[in-house]
Design a protein. Structure first.
Length: 122
C-alpha cells in the first residue's frame, strides 16, 4: 500500500538539497556583504566631506563676522547712524544671495547682530 502525495526522498536528495540551500545562502551573504561594504565606504566618504564642508563653513562664518565688524567700525567712525548701519550691512548681505531661504535669513540675523555689537563696542 502506498500513500498518495507522500514522496520518499533518498539521503542523496536531502544532502543535495541542503548543499544547494547552503550555496544559495552563501551567495546571498556574499552579495549582501558586497553591498554593505560599498555603502559603508560611501558613508565614510560622505562623512569626511561633511566634516570638510563644516570646517569651511565655520571659517567663512568667522571671515564674514570679521568683515561685518570692520564695516560697522568704519561706519561708526564716519558717524553713520546705527539705523543706517543696519540698512547698509543688510543690503550687502541681501545682494550676496538671490535665494531668500531659511539659511539666508539666519545669516542676515547673524550679520545684523554682529554689526550692532561692533557699532556699540567701538
Amino acid at each position: 500500500m502506498t500513500d498518495i502525495g507522500m514522496q520518499s526522498s533518498s539521503p542523496e536528495d536531502d544532502h543535495r538539497s541542503l548543499s544547494d540551500r547552503a550555496a544559495d545562502a552563501r551567495a546571498a551573504a556574499h552579495a549582501a556583504a558586497q553591498r554593505y561594504v560599498r555603502v559603508r565606504r560611501q558613508c565614510q566618504l560622505t562623512i569626511g566631506s561633511s566634516h570638510e564642508l563644516l570646517a569651511a563653513a565655520q571659517a567663512l562664518r568667522e571671515q564674514l563676522r570679521d568683515s561685518v565688524t570692520s564695516y560697522a567700525h568704519v561706519l561708526r567712525a564716519d558717524e553713520v547712524l546705527p539705523e543706517r548701519v543696519i540698512v547698509l550691512v543688510k543690503s550687502a548681505v541681501v545682494e550676496s544671495d538671490p535665494l531668500r531661504d531659511q539659511d539666508h535669513r539666519a545669516v542676515l540675523e547673524d550679520v545684523v547682530r554682529w554689526a550692532v555689537d561692533a557699532y556699540y563696542a567701538a
